[in-house]
Design a protein around this ligand. Structure first.
Ligand SMILES: [Zn+2]
Length: 510
């Protein structure tokens, strides 16, 4: 709908900037000059040949032959290479990794320069009341959670994030922090008000929105009215509502409708996380869920979705699924860590028990479920509102390969091999669309004045290498990654260059 006018605006910006000599006064020095690349600016427009100059963490100039007008401290030759905005991972679970393993090679090595964390209802803050817990929190890591986002941000800033990070507050955290019995279906009025107050605090601290995890305890017992109350707070703050919907199998259509209904009623911008239809009997139903999304957009709801480019899912091991899905691979297990990487059917055979019993004995544990359809993945990915989110689980001993390969797999498999998307369209899904959806100002676009989050890659060779057998192999073809103007990959920067991305309107009052 707005695509045409947006393109027109971007075209004007582009032609204007090509005529300009430097964008910031008479200063003719640059920190870095990326020369002679095929520039794909993230807007969806066609590539053009030119140079990009970086100064003080931002893009200072773009155009042809900048070297004749500028003196650069460092030169990058991008001949025969694509130069694009750094990729934005819309769906990360790296919350505690900014504390535990801040180098984050799994992100930078595939060109990711920003991540949205706090997904699926679970986040690093606020900390649950003593005695309250939820199994899904195990997906995040081992470090203690933080009492508030202010405390989390202070710690992340002290350690310096490698990549830029924006956070959602998890609905499970709100329940666990506000309800005496977080597994009760309906909060008391006082508890509901407490959750809304905690949400408002998180947004004031700099969270960009709230995520729900309605398939996991305790979100699974929450009723729509509770979520509507929280969504009203989000709408008031202009914040985003994202959801791991209640059911991605037999009831997927009703579950999508519930989340769209909340968005429409509360008038709050909504994102459906890692959209999929699980189990062969449900393959094909995305035609109807996507139609509902389109209808909701036409009715005025701001809604987007994300997907990871694989036909298998991953989360905690759910014993009820053990007999329903043939192929289940264990990613970690607390009582049986040696089984990480093994298939549930093999473990059950070896232990001479049913798969359900083996799953019980392995729990708490994580798993990969092979129950998705490639055609569905492609249909969802191709939808104009669909972004890319890795849903990577860096705390897993034997993770789903999406952690290390989602973005390069889009470029290698879905652009170059399957020709499902043009390179320009794929990059827009991984840059400007998420930046707009989550309000990440100055990100996801190559333009003078924008932050210098930039990837240089070889479109002919870029590919994921992480696979089911070797899930932590680094991608190939990503040649340079700059984050806020600092080289971040393959060289390791002396100081980690990421920023905490807070909503602009609130930052102004901070
Ligand atoms: Zn999820």
């Amino acid at each position: 709908m707005a695509l045409h006018s947006r393109n027109a605006a971007a075209r004007i910006t582009q032609s204007k900037l090509r005529d300009m000599n430097g964008m910031t006064g008479n200063n003719n020095t640059l920190d870095i000059l990326i020369r002679n690349g095929s520039i794909i600016d993230g807007s969806g427009l066609a590539r053009w040949q030119g140079d990009i100059g970086i100064r003080d963490g931002k893009i200072a100039a773009m155009g042809p032959s900048l070297s004749s007008r500028f003196h650069a401290a460092s030169l990058i030759d991008a001949t025969d290479r694509i130069v694009s905005p750094g990729f934005i991972d819309t769906h990360g679970h790296d919350d505690l990794m900014f504390v535990e393993r801040p180098d984050m090679l799994w992100k930078t090595s595939q060109g990711v320069t920003s991540v949205v964390v706090g997904n699926c209802g679970i986040s690093a803050a606020p900390r649950p009341l003593p005695g309250n817990t939820a199994e899904a929190l195990a997906l995040l890591g081992d470090s203690p959670l933080f009492p508030s986002f202010q405390a989390y941000f202070d710690q992340v800033a002290r350690l310096q994030p490698m990549i830029n990070v924006a956070v959602l507050v998890g609905h499970a955290n709100l329940r666990l922090s506000a309800m005496r019995d977080p597994h009760a279906p309906i909060p008391t009025q006082e508890e509901q008000h407490h959750m809304e107050a905690l949400l408002a605090d998180a947004l004031k601290d700099g969270a960009i929105g709230m995520s729900t995890g309605l398939a996991y305890a305790p979100g699974s017992v929450a009723q729509t009215d509770e979520l509507l109350g929280l969504a009203a707070v989000l709408a008031e703050h202009g914040a985003v509502h994202t959801s791991h919907i209640r059911n991605e199998g037999d009831d997927v259509e009703a579950a999508v409708e519930e989340v769209l209904h909340i968005g429409r009623r509360a008038r709050c911008s909504t994102v459906l996380s890692h959209h999929k239809c699980l189990m062969p009997g449900n393959w094909g139903r995305s035609a109807r869920t996507l139609k509902n999304i389109d209808d909701s957009r036409r009715a005025g709801l701001s809604v987007a979705l994300d997907v990871y480019p694989y036909n298998a899912s991953s989360t905690i091991l759910i014993p009820e699924r053990a007999e329903k899905i043939d192929d289940i691979k264990i990613t970690w297990s607390t009582p049986h860590p040696d089984q990480a990487g093994a298939y549930l059917s093999d473990i059950a055979r070896h232990w001479q028990c049913s798969k359900a019993e083996a799953a019980q004995r392995l729990s708490p544990a994580g798993a990969i479920y092979f129950a998705m359809d490639e055609a569905e993945v492609q249909r969802i990915l191709a939808h104009p509102c669909c972004m890319v989110g890795s849903d990577g689980l860096p705390n897993d001993a034997n993770p789903h390969p999406r952690l290390w390969g989602s973005f390069t797999r889009i470029l290698g498999r879905y652009v170059r091999e399957c020709r499902l998307l043009t390179l320009e369209a794929a990059i827009a899904k991984m840059t400007s669309l998420p930046a707009r959806t989550f309000g990440l100002t100055g990100r996801g676009i190559l333009a003078p004045g924008a932050q210098a989050d930039i990837v240089v890659f070889d479109a002919d060779t870029v590919a994921d290498r992480a696979n089911w057998e070797e899930p932590t192999l680094k991608s190939v073809g990503i040649e340079h990654v700059f984050i806020n103007g600092m080289p971040a990959y393959p060289s390791t920067p002396a100081a980690r260059p990421g920023h905490i991305l807070k909503p602009q309107r609130r930052q102004a009052h901070a």
